[in-house]
Design a protein around this ligand. Sequence first.
Ligand code: NAD
Length: 248
Amino acid sequence: MTSSQNNPVYIVTGAGSGIGRATAQRLHTDGRRVVLADTDHASVKTLAAELNDMRDGSAYPVEHDVTLADSWAALCEQVSSFGTIHGLVNNAGITRDKSMLSMTEAQFDAVVDVHLRGAWLGCKSVIPTMRAGGGGAIVNISSSNRHGAFGQTNYSAAKAGIVGLTKAVAAEQAKYGIRCNAVAPGAINTPMIGDVPDRVRQQWMESIALGRLGEPAEIASAIAFLLSDAASYITAALLDVNGGEQHL
Ligand code: NAD
């Protein structure tokens, strides 16, 4: 066993903001060592500095684009000196909302690339290392809007696809000790929903049993649970964390 195999690490994509940032912070609080991957290098460098101030050598920032196979290969190579990959959170995301007849092919492709292709590439890239290390856990981020949301033919299709991807990966990798689950957040208070008009937010409130937006930390705790040994008999599952959305 190499020294890095004694050093399990957890990769979080989109760790520079919102749910990814909260997830990295939560895993760090739980004593994990985290790889912070994001196209926004400055944001993950700043977060890594904060986490390393609390515990030296506990966070590793990487400039990373989930849509590119080469970027995943480089990430896995870089991480090998930091530790062995035991966990992956495919969280990076973007939106390009338009009603279908106004949506360009570029807007469709961009969203499907980041969410669905990005999660597929992420699983494909880390699974060999996880297998070599004796197993691991993957959490993919879907959404309530997988059911179909106005203006989101791209996003809804990608987020529904992530559920199928998750179950297929779980079926293929179970015998190698790798669990794969998905978390489907509802409306969460992050920059991603910053442009949503007040009248739409009001409609959301009326359909959420708990009557409020979720906080990123509330998604992070579900992700941390699914990554942990406390979830050792859970794979191929989809966990809705949405305050009780009533229109689903
Ligand atoms: P956010 O905009 O706050 O953060 C997204 C992060 O992803 C950013 O740091 C961004 O730089 C990064 N990113 C974008 N493209 C990338 C790429 N190609 N490679 C690497 N990093 C990239 O968004 P958020 O609200 O925290 O969303 C996180 C995840 O949760 C997304 O998958 C999103 O679809 C999902 N989600 C969010 C909500 C919500 O209400 N906020 C609801 C359901 C699902």
